[in-house]
Design a protein around this ligand. Structure first.
Ligand SMILES: Nc1ncnc2c1ncn2[C@@H]1O[C@H](COP(=O)(O)OP(=O)(O)OP(=O)(O)O)[C@@H](O)[C@H]1O
Length: 207
């Protein structure tokens, strides 16, 4: 279980979150929507321990010698990899390379010898998803992770990611402006508005 208790956060005196509490179980898929600039990424980074809240705390089981149990997937994968490392090293930093995951996310073994700038954004995003899974997280924060993909690749990535997270009981916080995607894959959707998280009604699931 992941608990966010009473979190407050301001960026350069602009308040973004006020007394926000939130809970997520392993295996749960929760959506987060809201206007641009409202603080969704900031909230996700607090959940993933990239940013310390000004007040409040995050509670999660964590064995200190293991990677942090919440992994963050960025909208722009270039921002989360070392441009001077080959893909093999980028993956190995997270764990032993798993051929099943490479196949599932259509990662050609030839790419392992390449540098990040020798892959397309969509290819690099799939590498980042595999790296995140190699770290064996309990939760993933997925921040607009498929916006650079065409509709077919987007569907494929989500199908495969959900397959793995269901098997391994991983919870996902899906940050997205795509209401149709959130309605399809999430059990609960929150809107970040006026410094608070508000649950919103899901529309009928479209298959
Ligand atoms: N490190 C930072 N540098 C500059 N601005 C920041 C930073 N962190 C937060 N902000 C500001 O905080 C506010 C919230 O940003 P955040 O990226 O969390 O919003 P968002 O809801 O994810 O937006 P979007 O939907 O456009 O991605 C914005 O006004 C942003 O300019």
């Amino acid at each position: 279980m992941l608990h966010v208790h009473n979190v407050n956060y301001a960026y350069k005196k602009q308040s973004l979150l006020e007394n926000v509490s939130f809970e997520m179980k392993r295996g749960e898929i929760i959506g987060l929507i809201g206007e641009s600039g409202v603080g969704k990424t900031t909230f996700g980074k607090i959940v993933a321990d990239y940013i310390r809240p000004d007040y409040g705390n995050i509670q999660i089981d964590w064995e200190k010698d293991k990677p942090y149990p919440v992994q963050f997937l960025f909208q722009h994968p270039e921002q989360s990899v070392n441009p001077k490392w080959r893909i093999k090293r980028i993956l190995e930093e997270a764990g032993r390379i798993d051929s099943y995951l490479l196949r599932l996310f259509n990662i050609d073994k030839v790419w392992l010898q390449r540098f990040p700038n020798q892959l397309s954004s969509g290819q690099l995003q799939r590498v980042c998803i595999v790296r995140c899974l190699l770290a064996k997280p309990s939760f993933i924060v997925a921040d607009e992770i498929t916006t650079m993909l065409d509709a077919i690749s987007q569907k494929e990535v989500w199908q495969n990611l959900l397959k793995i997270t269901t098997t391994n009981n991983i919870g996902i916080l899906v940050i997205s402006h795509d209401r149709i995607l959130l309605d399809k894959i999430c059990s609960t959707i929150y809107e970040l508005k006026d410094l608070h998280l508000k649950p919103i009604a899901r529309s009928v699931r479209i298959n």
